[in-house]
Design a binder for this molecule. Structure first.
Ligand SMILES: Cc1ncc(COP(=O)(O)O)c(C=O)c1O
Length: 464
């Protein structure tokens, strides 16, 4: 049963503009969204830091707002896309990232570490520069212990499957992403005992005392999410690290939602393994990520193969990063990630995050004032990222996502966000929540447009 009457029929004869060619969305049936207003084309705008906070993937849908025509940019299909899904991947990237990848791909893309000619050596230097920058950003004492991966999931699999053996016990949280939960589930089927800890309140972090109490003589690893990708709650990983060190176990942290947003120091916080993506808060391209492995930890490689080192031997090299870094790297992406890291260093992670948290505050304040909206906010005083989750009474989150995209040109994510355990804790199964995640290229205008759209959706739902 559809509880929420949409403000327009998805198959109305007045809907003519084709939407999202190739999409499987029910809204992409070629009917198009109803034109509620016909705002004249505006001027192209450049957002903060000289990059438009819009993508070229706009749909044919027009705003059904009667706001005075403002400045807006035209994407490939004619309407500006307001991207508010930076928890999935940051978009757009700083101009420097596009430029670095273009230059590298055209002029420098030899195979890093494979051969002694100038392009191979030059590409290797670019990759090593990115590795050094990553090490500096997370406080890793030895850049060689930063293993470059395809994404955060790859890094988590290297860590969990390279570390845990049958009979081991791992203590983890139940707000994790499937990138942590699924490898652990697979390991449980191979004889690893997995202990899940739920926070004392659905939107709170797991308390250090819970972690301390859960450790048994069989425990070898604590595996924790730094920040939830559903509520944005930040967990006290430094406290977990202190417990881990004192109790003689190792700590793995999933920093998918914090790397590049919240300062991390693996030494100070006693983090033994840190998994992170390059394509979210670090502002690099997709296909990049990494795993920091401290020298307290030895991991069994998941793959063997070419590394460009010790080629005379059939044994996988023992030393890092070659031990875990097998096959040709995504050097083009790593050139882009290197440029993104320079951008972050110049602007400052803390300063940039403060600005994004300002947008978050505006968003939460606005949503809290809309009747029919239910927010899932961390308790007062608890640190959080820019991620905000909410539900609209009577409107399934997946439909809200589609409406916001097709009718308002706003991209958020609706559903479970690959974190069913977190939704089980929140009580939001099976439909999940609407998740909004502003990034550093968003503006207050983007937030206000979203709030305006939500108000209209709520009003339309109540009016019918
Ligand atoms: C908390 C968390 N962990 C892991 C991942 C997986 O990251 P990736 O897509 O880079 O594999 C995500 C992605 O959204 C995430 O939010």
């Amino acid at each position: 049963m559809r509880l929420f009457p949409p403000p327009f029929s998805l198959h109305s004869p007045v809907l003519r503009t084709p939407l999202c060619a190739g999409s499987t969305s029910p809204l992409a049936s070629g009917t198009g969204a109803r034109h509620f207003s016909d705002r004249p084309p505006g001027r192209r705008t450049r957002g903060r830091y000289g990059v438009r906070a819009c993508s070229g993937s706009g749909t044919g849908a027009r705003h059904f707002s009667d706001r005075p025509p403002g400045r807006r940019t035209r994407g490939r299909y004619g309407v500006r896309a307001r991207y508010l899904d930076n928890a999935a991947t940051s978009h757009p990237k700083p101009e420097e990232v596009y430029a670095a990848m273009d230059r590298f791909a055209r002029e420098e893309a030899g195979n890093p570490g494979r051969g002694g000619h100038r392009l191979a050596v030059g590409a290797g230097a670019v990759v090593e520069d990115t590795r050094r920058q990553l090490a500096r950003l997370i406080g890793a004492p030895d850049p060689r212990r930063v293993v470059l991966t395809a994404n955060c999931t790859h890094a988590l699999n290297l860590a969990l499957k390279g570390f845990l053996r049958p009979g081991d016990e791992v203590v983890t949280d139940s707000i994790s992403h499937n990138s942590m939960a699924r490898p652990l589930h697979a390991l449980a089927q191979r004889g690893v005992k997995v202990v899940f800890l739920s926070p004392p309140l659905p939107t709170a972090p797991v308390a250090p005392e819970q972690v301390e109490a859960a450790i048994s003589p069989a425990t070898r690893l604590l595996a924790f999410t730094h920040a939830s990708n559903v509520t944005g709650v930040v967990q006290p990983v430094a406290a977990y690290g202190e417990i881990a060190r004192r109790r003689g176990v190792c700590l793995l942290v999933d920093a998918a939602q914090t790397a590049g947003s919240i300062p991390i120091d693996v030494e100070k916080e006693r983090i033994d393994m840190l998994a992170f993506p390059g394509h979210k808060g670090l502002l690099g391209p997709q296909g990049t990520g990494g795993l920091y492995v401290s020298d307290r930890v030895e991991l069994v490689p998941l793959m063997e193969g070419g590394t460009g080192t010790r080629s005379e031997s059939l044994d996988q090299p023992a030393e890092y990063p070659s031990r875990l870094e097998t096959g040709t790297l995504n050097a083009v992406g790593l050139a882009g990630l290197g440029a993104a890291l320079k951008f972050l260093e110049q602007r400052g992670v803390v300063e940039l995050h403060r600005e994004v948290l300002g947008l978050r505050g505006r968003l939460v304040q606005g949503l809290a004032g809309i009747r029919g909206v239910e927010l899932f906010e961390p308790p007062a005083g608890v640190e959080r990222t820019a991620v905000v989750s909410f539900r609209i009474a009577g409107l399934p989150p997946g439909e809200a996502e589609q409406l916001l995209d097709q009718a308002f040109g706003i991209q958020v994510r609706g559903g479970l966000h690959c974190a069913p355990l977190a939704h089980s804790v929140l009580g939001t199964l099976p439909e999940g929540t609407v998740r909004v995640s502003p990034g550093m290229f968003n503006t207050a205008d983007d937030i206000d447009l979203l709030l305006d759209a939500v108000r209209r959706m709520v009003a339309a739902g109540r009016g019918n």
